[in-house]
Ligand binder design. Structure first.
Ligand SMILES: Nc1ncnc2c1ncn2[C@@H]1O[C@H](COP(=O)(O)OP(=O)(O)O)[C@@H](O)[C@H]1O
Ligand SMILES: [Mg+2]
Length: 424
C-alpha cells in the first residue's frame, strides 16, 4: 500500500512538474542509499536475508500527483480521503488565477482533513502571515515556501512532513485504542450482566411453558413481563455495541457549530455505562445551550479521556486498602474574562468563554508531576494500565480549537481540569 501520497496544486505546468521531479529524485536517492546499505551489510558478512535499512521500505511507498487548480486538487483530495488513502502532504500555489486562490484552497483542505500537512508556495507577499493565520488559525501543519524553490528544500520538506503525518496518524490510532481498552472492561461487565439476565429470564420462560393446564390467556400474562425483560436487555446490548462502534469509527466529522451540552451528555452516557460503578457521575450547566465551533468527534474523545483519567484517580490509582470510588462532576458556564481575571489564569486571554470543568475526588496529582503529565508517554499507571498518551492528545485537540486549559489539584483531595472554549 502507498503510505506517502503527495499532491501538488499549481496552475503552471512547469512548476508542478519541477516539484514532482524534486520529490521523486530525493526519494530515489534514498532508495539507492538503501541499496548501498544493503550491499554494505552483505560485504560485512551478514546474511543476505538481513533486513534492509528501516527507511528503505517507507521511502519506496510514495506517489506524487498533480492538479492544475484549487478546485481540481480539492476534488482529488476528497476522493483520496473517501478511499481511505489520504494525501499526507499537499503543495498549494498561492496565486492561481480564475478559480480558488491558494488561501481559499488551503482553508477547504484543512476543513476536510485537519491533519493534512500543507506547504503554501508563494512568490509575492500576497497575504501577510497575520492574514493567513486569521483565515486558517494558528497551525503546526502549515509551512510557507518562497519561490523560486530550492530543490533540496522541497525534497526535505516532503520527507519530513509526510513522516510527521504518518507519525500523527499512528499516535491518534494508539490513543483511540487506549480509550477503547479503558472502556472495554466496563462494557464487558455490563454485557455479562445482560447475558446473565437473558439466561435467567429464558429459564423462567421455559419453566412457565412446562406448567400444565394453563390457558392461552394465563400463559400470555405469565410470560409478558419476562418478554419485556429480555427485550429491554437486548436493547441495552444493542446500545452498547453502538457505543463501541462509534468509538472505533475513525471518521472525522468536519468543523461545525455544535452544542457542547449535547456532546457532554453523549460522553456521560458512555461513562455511566462503562466506568467503574463506584464512580458517581453528575453534570450541571447554567446555560441552556453552548455553541462552539468544533470537530465533535475530537471534543468527545478529549472529554472521554479526562473522564477516564478522573475515574482511574478514584479507583485503580487509590492506594491498597482505600475505598474505591468517588464523584465525577462536570459543570459548564458562560463567563467573561476581563483583563484582571484573565491575568490570574495562565495563558488565557481576555474574552468570552464557555468554561467546562471536569472534577474528581480522586488521589490528586503531586505538584512536582504537574509539569510532566501532558508529555506523550508519561504515565504513573504502569505499562499495562496506561500509555501516557491521553493528556497529550487532550492538549493537541484543545490547541486545534483555540481553547485553553487550567488545572487545580490537591493530593488526597482531587483534581479539576478546567477548559475555556471561546464562545463560537
Ligand atoms: N484526574 C487525575 N487525577 C490524578 N492523576 C491524573 C489525572 N489525570 C491525569 N493524571 C496523571 O497524569 C498521567 C498522564 O495521564 P494520561 O496522559 O491520560 O496517560 P495515562 O492515563 O495513560 O497514564 C497519569 O498517569 C496520572 O498520573
Ligand atoms: Mg489517560
Amino acid at each position: 500500500m502507498i503510505e506517502r501520497r503527495i499532491l501538488v496544486i499549481d496552475d503552471q505546468k512547469d512548476v508542478r512538474e519541477a516539484i514532482a521531479v524534486a520529490i521523486e529524485r530525493s526519494f530515489a536517492v534514498d532508495e539507492s542509499q538503501a541499496l548501498v546499505d544493503k550491499m554494505k551489510a552483505r560485504l560485512g558478512g551478514r546474511s543476505s536475508e538481513s533486513p534492509a535499512a528501516p527507511h528503505s521500505h517507507s521511502v519506496m511507498n510514495y506517489a506524487v500527483d498533480t492538479a492544475p487548480g484549487g478546485r481540481e486538487g480539492w476534488d482529488m483530495a476528497c476522493a483520496a480521503l473517501d478511499d481511505g488513502v489520504p494525501y499526507s502532504l499537499i503543495f498549494v500555489d498561492m496565486r492561481m488565477p480564475g478559480g480558488w486562490d491558494g488561501l481559499e484552497t488551503m482553508k477547504r483542505l484543512f476543513d476536510m482533513d485537519r491533519k493534512v500537512q500543507i506547504v503554501l508556495c508563494t512568490a509575492f507577499s500576497d497575504y501577510s502571515w497575520k492574514e493567513i493565520v486569521e483565515a486558517v488559525g494558528k497551525r503546526d501543519n502549515l509551512l510557507i515556501l518562497k519561490k523560486p524553490f530550492d530543490n533540496v528544500e522541497v525534497a526535505q520538506m516532503a520527507l519530513a512532513l509526510t513522516e510527521k503525518y504518518l507519525a500523527e496518524e499512528h499516535l491518534l490510532h494508539s490513543q483511540k485504542m487506549e480509550t477503547i481498552g479503558a472502556l472495554s472492561a466496563g462494557l464487558a461487565h455490563d454485557f455479562n450482566n445482560i447475558i446473565s439476565s437473558v439466561q435467567a429470564t429464558v429459564s423462567s420462560m421455559v419453566f412457565t411453558l412446562d406448567i400444565a393446564g394453563m390457558s392461552k390467556e394465563q400463559l400470555k400474562d405469565e410470560l409478558s413481563s419476562d418478554i419485556a425483560t429480555v427485550t429491554e436487555a437486548v436493547k441495552q446490548g444493542a446500545e452498547m455495541v453502538q457505543i463501541l462502534l462509534s468509538l472505533s469509527k475513525r471518521q472525522e466529522l468536519p468543523l461545525a457549530p455544535v452544542d457542547l451540552i449535547e456532546l457532554v451528555d453523549r460522553v456521560l452516557n458512555i461513562c455511566r455505562r462503562t466506568l467503574d460503578k463506584s464512580v458517581e457521575v453528575a453534570f450541571n450547566h447554567s446555560v441552556d445551550s453552548a455553541v462552539i465551533n468544533a470537530y465533535p468527534v475530537q471534543i468527545e474523545e478529549m472529554l472521554l479521556n479526562l473522564c477516564i483519567n478522573a475515574s482511574h484517580a478514584m479507583t485503580i490509582m487509590r492506594p491498597d486498602g482505600e475505598l474505591c470510588g468517588g464523584n465525577l462532576a462536570l459543570s459548564l458556564e458562560r463567563i467573561v474574562l476581563d483583563i484582571d481575571l484573565a491575568g490570574k489564569i495562565t495563558e488565557v486571554p481576555p474574552g468570552e468563554y464557555f468554561r467546562l470543568s471536569v472534577s474528581d475526588t480522586g488521589v490528586g496529582i503531586k505538584p512536582e508531576l504537574i509539569s510532566q503529565i501532558f508529555d506523550p508517554f508519561f504515565t504513573t499507571k504502569g505499562e499495562k494500565k496506561g500509555t501516557g498518551l491521553g493528556l497529550s492528545m487532550v492538549f493537541s485537540i484543545l490547541e486545534k480549537h483555540n481553547a485553553f486549559l487550567d488545572l487545580q489539584s490537591k493530593p488526597g483531595v482531587g483534581t479539576t481540569f478546567i477548559i475555556f472554549f471561546p464562545v463560537g
